[in-house]
Design a protein. Structure first.
Length: 78
């Protein structure tokens, strides 16, 4: 999966947040939907102009960000 073919950033769209190419749907928005209990089918039904591959690209992008440690540090557990 080459997420770079699906996820882009443009300072003119959503202040440069990563988005699904050709849309104004941010990676953040897709993750919020999943965190709220939406599944892939619900997302694709609500956003018919994106594909399953676009959603997989969101996860591939986030995976690479995590590998690069581009995330907020969590507090240490006791």
């Amino acid at each position: 999966m080459k997420w770079e073919e699906h996820i882009v950033s443009d300072n003119q769209i959503l202040l440069g947040k990563p988005i699904i190419k050709g849309t104004r749907i941010s990676v953040e928005n897709i993750m919020e939907l999943y965190a709220s209990g939406w599944n892939e089918d619900a997302i694709l039904e609500s956003y018919p102009h994106i594909s399953k591959t676009d959603i997989l690209a969101v996860f591939a992008y986030i995976n690479d960000c995590m590998k690069l440690e581009q995330f907020l540090p969590l507090p240490r557990s006791a």
